[in-house]
Design a protein around this ligand. Structure first.
Ligand code: ADP
Ligand code: ASP
Ligand code: MG
Length: 464
């Protein structure tokens, strides 16, 4: 069972989480828990680290006290038993002291590396896990918490987006956590954080607790992995943008992965990788409505759906780069040069489109990387005869329309683009992968929500 940030946002919600664990444990289920940081904490840690880099020592002190207060308050609401609560409060004090030291160190050095960023970000889960563990013990169940590192989750050293080394990870998890299950102790593992083989703390990408839960699922050959969140499952669109969005009762691994990759925030894009090979079903469920079945993700869903389009995602915080150069035409390796520059600078390309004329290539990347991407492209490519111009737009969004049955269904693209045209909205860039599982296009950010709503309506997704 994985519990996301909103599920553990407050002491009351943590009590609810403990109840859910207890209820299922009493039914005889053996449970391993992965837990996220309290809602918003990872963002706050990131901001504090940035502030520390600028040498703001007062901010560090205030931030430590804020974290101490937030987590102590949650603990005091989540745990009634005095002894357990005191123990957890001591852990929170010790951990926030350490956080203050780390941030102060960053203040003095004035440098924030990906490695030190991961270390700072790890504190969110290191502070939430002991509270959740305490709340479960408060219900007279045996529980013990571990950091990802202590549990044995090993990754490469690609800080911020590290990949698990599955063989050694599974081996260590079995060895370290397995015996607890035998003794009916519920292990609580921090989501999102792990360590390199040398023990340096890493994180596995934002929203990574989902990924942690499927890694744990594989290690213990779980019957199902349950990802508990604040909505009923994976839906036809983000219900915060389109309130009429419907829950999809079943999805294939492929469809769910495609949706996650294309920004349905409900799940980490790589979370399904570990379970696909082992065919372990994943269920997305609502902590506020545990009576609902949620979305079941399996290799082959029982109900075959006919709809071509199943879901829409709106991806904000992106930017588009256009690279123009007549000399790129018929010049083998010219695109490779572009990709090489971005790759070497650790900038991920989310979407590509190019025309047969070859004189223009458009890319979509994360917006916060735009300045770095542009300057590196200009330094490497301009004035060398291949590229004339690099332009960009940072006020755009990607709309992704998805569905496994789009493959081979005629007229889907035409319906999508007619719908957009009817709203007099201009499309800046289009891409359809040959998988044909999705069509993605770029519009101005101010038009994104209207486009998503119009397509949701056109394909009657509220009636799916
Ligand atoms: P958690 O804290 O549990 O990890 P997240 O905030 O990461 O939760 O993800 C859940 C949120 O994802 C929902 O509240 C919802 O607003 C958003 N979301 C975006 N697209 C979708 C979708 N297609 N289906 C369900 N939720 C979505
Ligand atoms: N706390 C981490 C984040 O906010 C991981 C997670 O919530 O899954 O990205
Ligand atoms: Mg999440």
């Amino acid at each position: 069972m994985k519990f996301g940030g909103t599920s553990v946002a407050t002491g009351e919600r943590i009590r609810n989480v403990a109840d859910l664990v207890a209820e299922n444990s009493k039914k005889g289920c053996k449970i391993v828990v992965a837990v996220s940081a309290l809602d918003g904490t990872t963002d706050e840690l990131f901001e504090a680290a940035e502030g520390a880099k600028k040498g703001n020592e007062t901010l560090v002190r205030e931030f430590k006290l804020k974290m101490l207060r937030k987590h102590s308050e949650a603990a005091s609401k989540a745990i009634r038993n005095n002894e357990i609560r005191k123990e957890v409060e001591q852990t929170i004090e010790k951990t926030t002291d350490e956080l203050e030291k780390v941030l102060t160190g960053i203040c003095y050095v004035g440098e924030l590396t990906p490695k030190s960023t991961d270390y700072v970000l790890s504190f969110g889960e290191r502070l939430s896990a002991p509270i959740v563990c305490g709340a479960i013990r408060n219900l007279e169940l045996k529980a013990q918490w571990f950091t990802g590192k202590e549990a044995g989750i090993v990754t490469d050293s690609n800080f911020g987006e590290a990949s698990p080394l599955m063989n050694v990870t599974v081996h260590q998890l079995k060895e370290r956590i397995g015996p607890l299950l035998e003794r009916n102790v519920i292990p609580i593992v921090t989501g999102y954080i792990a360590a390199t083989q040398d023990g340096v703390v890493t994180t596995i990408g934002r929203g990574g607790s989902d990924y942690t839960s499927t890694i744990l699922g594989v290690a213990f050959a779980a019957d199902e992995v349950w990802i508990w969140t604040d909505v009923d499952g994976i839906m036809t669109a983000d219900p915060k943008i389109i309130p009429s969005a419907k829950t999809l009762p079943e999805l294939s691994y492929q469809e769910a992965a495609e949706m996650a990759i294309f920004g349905a925030k409900a799940m980490h894009p790589r979370a399904l990788e570990p379970v696909i090979k082992e065919k372990i079903p994943v269920r997305i469920r609502n902590v506020f409505h545990p009576e609902n079945p949620g979305t079941l993700i399996t290799e082959q869903p029982n109900t075959k759906s006919k709809e071509a389009v199943k879901a829409i995602a709106l991806i904000r915080d992106v930017a588009m780069i256009n690279i123009n150069g007549a000399s790129m035409v018929g010049a083998p390796g010219s695109y490779a040069q572009v990709f090489d520059v971005l790759g070497k600078n650790n900038i991920n390309i989310m979407m590509i489109s190019t025309a047969i004329s070859e004189s223009n290539i458009s890319l979509v990347i994360r917006r916060d990387l735009l300045a770095r991407a542009i300057s590196n492209l200009e330094i490497a490519l301009l004035g060398r005869g291949l590229v004339n111009e690099v332009t960009s737009e940072d006020d755009v969004s990607v709309v992704a329309v998805m569905g496994a049955n789009m493959k081979g269904t005629l007229g889907v693209a035409s319906r999508i683009f007619t719908t957009v045209a009817r709203k007099s909205i201009n499309i800046r860039m289009i891409a359809q992968g040959s998988s044909e599982l999705n069509i993605s296009f770029v519009v101005k950010e101010r038009d994104g929500e209207a486009v998503a709503r119009a397509i949701h309506e056109e394909f009657k997704l509220d009636k799916i």
